[in-house]
Structures are given as C-alpha cells and as structure tokens.
Write a protein that binds this ligand. Structure first.
Ligand code: FES
Length: 88
C-alpha cells in the first residue's frame, strides 16, 4: 500500500489566509494514521499565483488532489476517503 502524501502549504499567501491552523495537521495526522500518511509543510506550492484575485488559499495537496480553502476537517475527510478507497 502506498503512503498517502499530504503537503501543507506554508507560503505567505496561504499563511495569511489561515494556514497557521493547518500546522495542527503536522502533529495530528501521524498520531491518527501512523505511517499510512506522510505529512509535511512546504513553501508556496505555486497554486496561489495561478489566479491571485480568485485565490482560494490556503491550499493543501493530498497526493494529486488539491484542497482549496483548506481546513483541518476538509483535509482529514479527504484522507479518510482515500484510506477507505484503498481498502475496497
Ligand atoms: S502560498 Fe500557498 S500556494 Fe502559494
């Protein structure tokens, strides 16, 4: 089974738009999912600059899936869904 990879953007735009709360994931995810999920913080993922005016920062990537206006809850839901999908 491949690990699910979670990348939390800690770039300036995402930080200003609320990514500070998402740093909680860096502690919570390993506690909850052990080594099934890798979580790490990254500088700007380049998503905020695609369309600044309509930016939906903060962003988190879960494997190839981009989560915009990310919250801890949204990210955990995607992880749960992916873990379930892998077991079917
Ligand atoms: S600062 Fe997060 S995508 Fe640019």
């Amino acid at each position: 089974m491949n690990k699910i990879e979670v990348k939390v953007c800690l770039g300036t735009t995402c930080f200003v738009m609320g990514a500070a709360n998402l740093q909680e994931l860096i502690e919570t995810v390993p506690q909850k999912y052990g080594d099934k999920v890798d979580v790490s913080g990254h500088p700007c993922l380049g998503l905020c600059s695609i369309n600044w005016e309509y930016s939906k920062a903060p962003y988190v990537k879960v494997d190839d899936e981009i989560i915009s206006e990310a919250t801890v809850e949204k990210v955990l839901n995607v992880i749960e869904r992916k873990l379930k999908d892998e077991h079917q």
